[in-house]
Design a protein around this ligand. Structure first.
Ligand code: GLV
Length: 324
């Protein structure tokens, strides 16, 4: 067997995959270009990819030996799953193992944005801490505030659980109702527009699909409270970045906590970075030592299972798996 990994990930993945045969790992810090990705994938039976790698039909046609694409992520908008299915290629992902770590981080961003953690910290090395200020860095209360969750899947549910500890009423919108979450957590299903109008914090936990691309634009920011804070740990393109900059600059919404942006990486001179009330991190929500190791293990187990013709733990298109 020949397997390629498009980035260095925690060592456990290579340990598992070496039992199957040769493993080549892209050694550089930056992801391979499309041309290099093709070279790396040529003649491989399996690939461990990241969200930086675009996997579509045109790519797969050039690497016909590939039988499994195992994404080191829960999101898979970088992969054309239908194109993979049509070519009999299994697509696997790493859900569950990152749910709590990602929700922890979404909540950290919510707190940081609401209470101006980053902005006030940055004031100190600038020499701006002259005295205790009665009117300095006034933020938004988190406890008791209404949290609107867009997408009540695994991570949305984990976010709702965290909010309950802060006495926050939780409302949510989704394409499908999550009656289990309604019963277990007392969250209330509302229409998206209703959620925008009622929420003090809006947290995005939806995958990037044609339906969710640009879900937040000028009209949505207008509908939100002027004191509202937008949190996005899902995918950058769910939010129209220019409209967000405008909404923050004009005071249409109060703040934002973003772990994902459009584009990624965000250029160092991007206007979002000059907005004090926007806390921005470089797509690190699942980045804990334990969670990244679990993701690596699961990504490798997915490849191993497909190539040894057993059932992969997390496959998006199990119909391509055959037992022969
Ligand atoms: C990271 O963004 C992931 O999808 O796991």
């Amino acid at each position: 067997m020949r397997i390629a990994m498009t980035r260095k990930i925690p060592a456990v993945a290579e340990e598992i995959l070496k039992e199957l045969g040769d493993v080549d790992v892209w050694p550089e810090q930056l992801p391979p270009s499309p041309e290099k990705l093709l070279e790396l994938a040529s003649g491989r039976d399996g690939l461990v990819t990241t969200l930086n790698d675009r996997i579509d039909g045109a790519f797969l046609d050039q690497v016909p030996e590939v039988k499994v694409v195992s994404n080191f992520a829960v999101g898979f908008d970088n992969i054309d799953v239908d194109a993979c299915t049509q070519r009999g290629v299994a697509v696997c992902i790493t859900p569950d193992v990152l749910t709590d770590t990602t929700a922890d981080f979404a909540f950290a961003l919510l707190m940081a944005a609401a209470r101006r953690v980053s902005e006030s910290h940055q004031s100190i090395p600038k020499g701006e801490w002259k005295t205790w200020e009665p009117l300095g860095y006034l933020g938004q209360d988190v406890h008791g505030a209404t949290l609107g969750i867009v997408g009540m899947g695994r991570i949305g549910v984990a976010m709702a659980k965290r909010a309950s500890g802060f006495g926050m009423p939780v409302i949510y919108s989704d394409m499908n109702r999550n009656e289990h979450a309604e019963q277990e957590l007392g969250v209330e299903y509302v229409e998206f527009n209703d959620l925008l109008q009622r929420s003090d914090f809006v947290s995005v936990h939806t995958p990037l699909t044609p339906q969710t691309r640009g879900l937040f634009g000028a009209a949505q920011f207008q509908a939100m409270k002027e004191s509202a804070v937008l949190i996005n740990t899902a995918r950058g393109p769910v939010v129209d970045t220019d409209a967000l900059v405008e909404a923050l600059q004009s005071g249409e919404i109060w703040g934002a906590g973003l772990d994902v942006t459009d584009p990624e990486p965000l250029p160092a001179d991007h206007p979002l970075l000059s907005i004090d009330r926007a806390v921005i991190c470089p797509h690190i929500a699942s980045a804990s030592e334990t969670t990244r190791s679990r993701m690596a293990q699961l990504a490798a187990e997915n490849v191993k299972a497909v190539l040894t013709k057993t059932t992969p733990p997390r496959c998006l298109n199990p119909e391509v798996l055959s037992s022969d």
